[in-house]
Design a protein around this ligand. Structure first.
Ligand code: PSU
Ligand code: MN
Length: 307
């Protein structure tokens, strides 16, 4: 038997929720440490947790703290992850290394899914997933998030993927791997800062109960892997397409010029976009995460009613 429980440390709130059978929602920590500036990031993290509680679920923000995989963080952990400069970005590749050497790191979508899976948490709310980067033919940069969605049975509520990625190839990859991409209130794959993109979805629902039922069916059929629930940014917060597109193009060029590679690409692009939009992208990003927290909690709540 694998003894993974000894690597996990639950907060009292999450432990209690497990005992009582309450719906729990996982949250990632790379969005805090590498996805947004301080102090907006810590405020975003705490507000997300509150929105999830207000909607009848229990939040479990996940990170590795001194080698422990924490399922549910306290205020000190959140403050540290949000403000320290030396927090590692931990994806699947890095998880065993950071845990075995007792280091501290923030989990990406991929590694948060792994940890949520170990803790038997089925739903996970974030902003956007990683994907196939533009210029894939040259550098083969594909986020480990996609492969994780293909294998780990956790449902991810997000606002699509940022147009720093090649959205068409990202969707092709997900199709090949058999990952359902479910549009909530939309038939189009949302592009994070904007509700629309060129890409149509095959699975769309307007009712969270129908999404919960589909996920239940997938589980009953033993279909391995995650799902993506794509929840578009609320209309009032979306950015103008031509404005954000030209800024994303500039950020990508700047990254190439500076020779940014590997795990540093996504954090570099995210922070450059915040700078170039003078914070407009940050506000949009925060609001879409709040909307995902609300919808994610509604879906998880509905799922647990179907049992
Ligand atoms: N996209 C965002 N915000 C983020 C990330 C992606 O809009 O914070 C983070 C997530 O943690 C995601 C990771 O899992 O970046 C993907 O990094 P990479 O492309 O290196 O796999
Ligand atoms: Mn990458």
């Amino acid at each position: 038997m694998r003894n993974f429980e000894s690597y996990l440390e639950y907060s009292d709130e999450v432990l209690n929720a497990k005992e009582e059978g309450l719906p729990i929602i996982a949250l990632e920590s790379t969005i805090i440490s590498h996805g947004m500036p301080y102090p907006e990031n810590v405020k975003m993290a705490k507000t997300c947790e509150r929105i999830i509680r207000d909607n009848g679920c229990i939040p479990a923000t996940i990170a590795v703290i001194n080698g422990k995989i924490k399922i549910g963080l306290d205020d000190d952990d959140l403050e540290y992850l949000a403000s320290a400069k030396d927090v590692a970005k931990v994806s699947r590749r890095d998880l065993a290394y950071i845990v075995s050497t007792k280091k501290t790191g923030a989990t990406t979508v991929a590694s948060t899914m792994i940890c949520a899976g170990l803790a038997n948490i089925k739903f996970f709310v974030t902003g956007g997933i990683g994907g196939v980067h533009r210029g894939y033919n040259e550098h083969m940069d594909v986020s480990a998030d996609l492969e994780e969605l293909a294998t780990t049975n956790v449902n991810v509520i997000c606002a699509g993927a940022k147009s720093i990625l090649d959205l068409g190839r990202t969707l092709e990859y997900l199709e090949t791997k058999g990952v359902p991409v479910i549009g909530y209130g939309t038939e189009i794959f949302p592009a994070f800062f904007t509700r629309d993109s060129k890409y149509k979805l095959n699975t769309c629902f307007n009712d969270v109960n129908h999404i919960a039922k589909m996920i239940k069916t997938k589980d009953d059929l033993g279909l391995r892997g995650g799902t993506i629930i794509a929840n578009p940014i609320p209309v009032e917060y979306q950015l103008e397409k031509s404005f954000i597109d030209s800024i994303v193009d500039d950020a990508i060029l700047e990254g190439e010029r500076k020779g940014i590679e590997g795990k540093d690409v996504t954090p570099f692009l995210l922070s450059t976009i915040v700078e170039k939009t003078e914070g407009k992208s940050l506000e949009a990003n925060i609001e879409l995460v709040y909307n995902n927290a609300k919808v994610g909690a509604q879906i998880a709540y509905a799922y647990y009613q179907t049992k």
